[in-house]
Design a protein around this ligand. Sequence first.
Ligand code: ADP
Ligand code: MG
Length: 554
Amino acid sequence: MKQFKAESKRLLDLMINSIYTHREIFLRELISNASDAIDKLYYKALTDSDLSFNADDYFIKISIDEEKRQITISDTGIGMTEAELDEHLGVIAKSGSLQFKKDTELEDGHDIIGQFGVGFYSAFLVADKVTVISKALGAETAYKWESCGADGYTIEPCEKATVGTDIILTVKENTEDENFDEYLDVYKLKSIIKKYSDFIRYPIKMDLTRSQLKEGSESEYEEVTEEQTVNSMVPIWKKNKRELTDEDYENFYNEKHFGFDQPLAHIHLSVDGTVSYNAILYIPEKMPYDFYTTEYEKGLELYSSGVLIMNKCADLLPDYFSFVKGIVDSEDLSLNISREILQHDRQLKLIAKNIKTKIKNELEKMIKNDREKYETFYQSFGRQLKYGVYSDFGANKDVLQDLLMFASSHEDKLVTLDEYVSRMKEDQTHIYYAVGDSIDRIKKLPQSEAVLDKGYEILYFTEDIDEFAIKMLMSYQDKEFKSVSSADLGLDTDAKEEEATKEFATLFENMTSVLSGKVKTVRASRRLKSHPVCLANEGDLSIEMEKVLNSMPN
Ligand code: ADP
Ligand code: MG
């Protein structure tokens, strides 16, 4: 018997026993794997002229054997070779995921399984034995994989006539407080399928009974069993928005494993024009755990007329919107398109441009209509927007500037630049900001006094990226940004400053020479009230920016 890797074993134990509370999702996971497998075969058939295909050949069948306590999920997908059974079902989760599990407090009900790519193992939520019989496309022999859980698994050759996979679950016995028998009930399974897998694009068939009039009789009924397709099969993105509820969109988000959170907002697009496409996009609530690592891959699922052609099409999203999840389906893309060609595809570029605008509009709408939601979003992804302003030499500032928010002296909440400008005093010409490690420290800066004294608002920058982003913007609505620590504050020039500087010339000269190498000059200033002295900077680089630049590795 082969052993699961040590970590896998622990994860499997954890998962089966504690992580997931909604047991019924095992069916969604196994059906979505079946659908993925059919996708792969369907795609092959469409692009490989040696393979013929017939739409009726692609389906998923769920059957129940009450006597044996078994549920079988069969698909006519691409199947798995012996090596694939070993690789895909024998290695559970990457250690990084396990680490994540340890580091994170998991909130109940969040769908962790899919995040780890351990969907298959959810079978053990209801089964004490799982048997997989699979015949891969082009293979001579079929193989049987079998496991009773954490102890390990066996693989051996077996008989199977057609290409595809059967997953056979031997359902656990009821315990005192847990009922497993319900999963042996067709109607229970049917309702689970309706709930989670209705949008699967291949038929999910079940043998269902119904009563009908006996032949030749006018009053006697008989029970007949017949195969029925239980899902509606229309992919959610082809449905009419008006027929869909928020819950439908959330279910799809979960089914697709876009995140272990719930989306903050969704955008459903049905575009007919120079290029036609349907898309469903999501703005997540929480940052994925690997968001700021090199492992994070941005991108949207890309379909061509309902056939999946790419899992993560990066070209559809600008980096600053890399947190967006979703799918795009277009009839105007060729199936045989390769990654390289795709990059230059005109249609794809048009879609990407369009999507970018829609995301921006959605976020602007959120600022207006649901400020709290936007702030939640901004906590997670605000940094990404600021990086977006800063990168590409500010090329994206028009898209992003209205989405920025900063803490401010106005109130203890985030403000947009537009709000700042709308509150500016009549004689105020600049947008002022102060930089520091924390808002508390900024509030104590002597440099701010003169500005606050005039009744002007100050933006508080506490993240390294803030000032860099603002420098890239330079101005907003024609108002220039100005650091409260710059030598020239842009306030009314004051003859008194010059006078005093002259009057105490010798003192200042002495001070300058004592501090030589540390400061350029010492002079009188009107900006101070309760503080005797402060630092100011000349030129573009603020003191804070210098600090950041100095701390960077060369
Ligand atoms: P994920 O679906 O996120 O990759 P799973 O644990 O659900 O993770 O499945 C692991 C892998 O096992 C799949 O990626 C696929 O390669 C393989 N697999 C699972 N079920 C099937 C199936 N019914 N047919 C073919 N391959 C499958
Ligand atoms: Mg899966």
